[in-house]
Design a protein around this ligand. Structure first.
Ligand code: NAI
Length: 303
């Protein structure tokens, strides 16, 4: 199964050169999976230090993949790592980095003004054929694309954390996305070993639109004292077959992320009871209890 996920030969794509803007948690994962699939990747960050940081995290992650794929042949594993690394070059110059790009994927911080500024500039710098995509979790793809003159060559490519492990890719179409662009996105998604689903540009797309209200309802249940959070986690694992309970999952993805997404949706849909604020999340984030990454969320973690 793992072999298939990382296969480079199962799907054809016309996309050879991929530029990823933002080399944080998601961008470095996206750069990695494209390089693993044999594509040339340019990874853009705001300074050299951050490029190096992204490259080290990619090396660690490639090591994990190689260990699984080549457990009986470590030499081949080393070659796999070297080849993938050689296909990723770093850049701090986004305008130059998109000159040869077939596809640009934006994975910078979740801020509409910064994304607008970036795409306005990229739209002028990139060749006409270049396809643009955003990996945003909670902003509207149409709103991001609105500052460009290539809405027909724009869409959402929404990945899941950790990118090299999670098999799903949500391919988001805005009304203007052309059939050709859509097909190119789907083919590219397959070429990097993902299973693609298609959806419209609605808040949370598919996964987060269902997952976030579910997690919020779990928080509210705990807030009311209906059950302990540990018992709610046990219940959903053993009763619904979920691999993690809602509190474990929130600790894993970060409570700050849940809070930011919720705030954005509440602002947009103030009357929707599904998105009404949850005091316990706000309190925990204010106390720095962000989940695994801060050492404590609902549960405590060894740092
Ligand atoms: P992150 O904070 O780990 O990475 C963002 C990176 O972008 C930082 O390294 C920052 O230095 C860089 N950056 C900021 N402005 C830049 C610019 N103008 N040019 C180049 N680089 C720039 O954030 P993360 O978690 O990787 O999220 C990135 C995007 O992916 C966001 O839009 C988020 O909504 C989305 N996303 C996040 C998921 C998650 O689980 N964290 C899942 C799916 C999507």
């Amino acid at each position: 199964v793992i072999k298939r996920a990382f296969s480079t030969t199962t799907a054809k794509t016309a996309i050879k050169n991929v530029t990823v803007i933002g080399g944080g948690l998601m961008g470095s994962g996206i750069a990695q999976v494209a390089a693993q699939a044999g594509q040339n990747v340019t990874l853009v960050e705001i300074n050299e230090n951050l490029i190096q940081k992204a490259q080290s995290s990619i090396t660690v992650s490639l090591g994990r993949v190689a260990k699984k794929l080549y457990k009986d042949n470590p030499e081949e594993g080393k070659t796999f790592i070297k080849n993938a690394q050689a296909r990723i070059r770093g850049s701090t110059n986004p305008a130059e980095a998109v000159k040869e790009a077939d596809l640009v994927i934006e994975a910078i911080i979740e801020n509409i003004d910064l994304k607008h500024k970036l795409f306005k500039m990229l739209d002028k710098a990139a060749p006409a054929k270049t396809l643009f995509a955003s990996n945003t979790s909670s902003l509207s793809i149409g709103e991001i694309a609105s500052v460009t003159n290539r809405k027909d060559r724009f869409g959402g490519l929404h990945f899941f954390n950790p990118v090299p492990v999670m098999k799903l890719l949500e391919v988001v179409r805005i009304p203007e996305t052309s059939d050709e662009t859509y097909r190119a996105f789907m083919d590219w998604g397959k070429s990097i070993g993902k299973t693609c689903i298609t959806c419209k540009d609605t808040p949370g797309f598919v996964v987060n639109r269902l997952l976030i209200p579910y997690k919020l309802e779990a928080f509210r249940m705990y807030e009311r004292g209906d059950a302990s959070f540990e018992d709610i986690d046990i219940a959903m694992k053993l009763g619904a077959g979920y691999p993690m309970g809602p509190f474990e999952l929130s600790d894993y993805t970060g409570l700050d992320l849940s809070k930011d997404i919720l705030e954005g949706w509440h602002k947009k849909f103030p009357d929707d009871p599904l998105f009404k604020p949850v005091p316990i999340v706000e309190k925990m984030v204010a106390e720095g209890k962000l989940g695994r990454k801060s050492g404590e969320g609902f549960y405590k973690y060894k740092k």
